[in-house]
Design a protein around this ligand. Structure first.
Ligand code: FES
Length: 168
């Protein structure tokens, strides 16, 4: 008698089980990321949030530029009309938030939370909120209004060409 075939079979089964475990881990991580990034709406599409406009003056760190004569450059995000005044829109695939605190004033930030990397997906007035642990950031430079995040959201540069917004 020999047990060689059984041992080989056991090795193959272990290999298969380890492979399944790896795939399962990947799916679980993907599910976790989706849970962090979707903002509860199922994800996959850009989302807009709106709130009553605020009258506070804001000093931008990542403000849109407009140049009537130069050709548009960068990735087109969408129309300026897609970004509500006093709110903003999340462009999930580009991982960018565009806020319009006052009419015609566009500011953009990375939507990747500086705490643990969830998608900051809510904008109300001048406050951008991460749904994972509740960090809040200001559209005034992306600075932290409420932790646990301790670092500001990095600004992104956008350009308005006609009624289109481009990520530069
Ligand atoms: Fe945004 Fe924790 S990942 S608050």
């Amino acid at each position: 008698m020999t047990d060689a075939p059984d041992r080989a079979s056991t090795v193959k089964r272990r290999t298969v089980i380890q492979g399944v475990g790896l795939v399962g881990g990947t799916v679980a991580a993907g599910g976790l990321l989706a849970a962090c990034g979707g903002g509860g709406d199922g994800g996959g599409s850009d989302t807009a949030t709106s709130a009553p406009p605020q009258s506070d003056a804001i000093t931008p760190s990542a403000e849109a530029t407009t140049d009537g004569g130069a050709p548009a450059t960068g990735t087109e995000l969408g129309s300026t009309s897609d970004v509500p005044v006093g709110g903003g829109r999340v462009y999930e695939s580009e991982k960018v938030l565009v806020a319009q605190p006052t009419e015609g004033e566009f500011k953009a930030f990375s939507s990747v939370c500086t705490h643990q990397g969830c998608a900051v997906s809510m904008i109300e007035g001048t406050t951008m909120t991460c749904p994972c642990h509740g960090s809040e950031f200001s559209t005034d430079g992306g600075k932290v209004l409420q932790g646990p995040a301790t670092k500001a959201l990095p600004g992104r540069e956008v350009r308005v060409e006609g009624d289109a917004i481009f990520l530069v």
